[in-house]
Write a protein that binds this ligand. Structure first.
Ligand code: HEM
Length: 141
């Protein structure tokens, strides 16, 4: 889980990554579909091609959710409660998929912010994605 050092690191680096992440997050979603085709089954109505308007729109929503997560880093379960219901109970996304998206998110961050992503920062971002994923899959029944 996130230590106080991780939280401080994330608050600080997110000032640099957060504002432009909505532009890049769609690439992370596209990479997920490309590298792990089984993830496409959750998006039967999506146009899965580079620059697809649906992937753009979806990437922006996911980026907004990450912004919110960092903003409420001490209170993520409450801040992400609706998203948790949605992913656990409505979409029923298998938890393994969160590892796949985490991977393509970190790769996309490393590609776009090479000078920001020192090994220490990468570790904190990895833990952030784990923490967000844990909240989103916390309501399975
Ligand atoms: C929808 C965030 C992981 C599948 C959404 C929405 C957000 C979001 C903000 C829009 C919710 C709304 O419109 O009410 C996230 C975050 C994730 C994550 C922050 C991980 C950190 C995943 C994964 C999958 C997935 C791993 C499956 C591979 C979906 C689907 C939708 C959705 C199918 C509905 C898309 C649509 O029909 O427009 N997610 N998500 N999500 N998510 Fe996730």
């Amino acid at each position: 889980s996130l230590s106080n050092e991780d939280k401080a690191c994330l608050r600080s680096v997110w000032k640099e990554i957060g504002p432009s992440w909505p532009e890049h997050c769609p690439d992370a979603i596209y990479r997920m579909f490309l590298s792990f085709p089984s993830t496409k089954t959750y998006f039967p109505n999506f146009d899965i091609s580079p620059g697809s308007p649906q992937i753009q729109a979806h990437g922006r929503k996911v980026a907004d959710a990450l912004n919110k997560a960092v903003e409420h880093i001490d209170d993520m379960p409450a801040a992400l409660s609706d998203l948790s219901d949605k992913h656990s109970q409505e979409l029923r996304v298998d938890p393994v998929n969160f590892k796949l998206l985490k991977h393509t998110m970190l790769v996309t961050m490393a590609a776009n912010y090479p000078e920001i992503l020192t090994p220490e920062v990468l570790l904190s971002l990895d833990k952030l994605m784990e923490a967000v994923s844990r909240v989103l899959i916390s309501r399975y029944r």
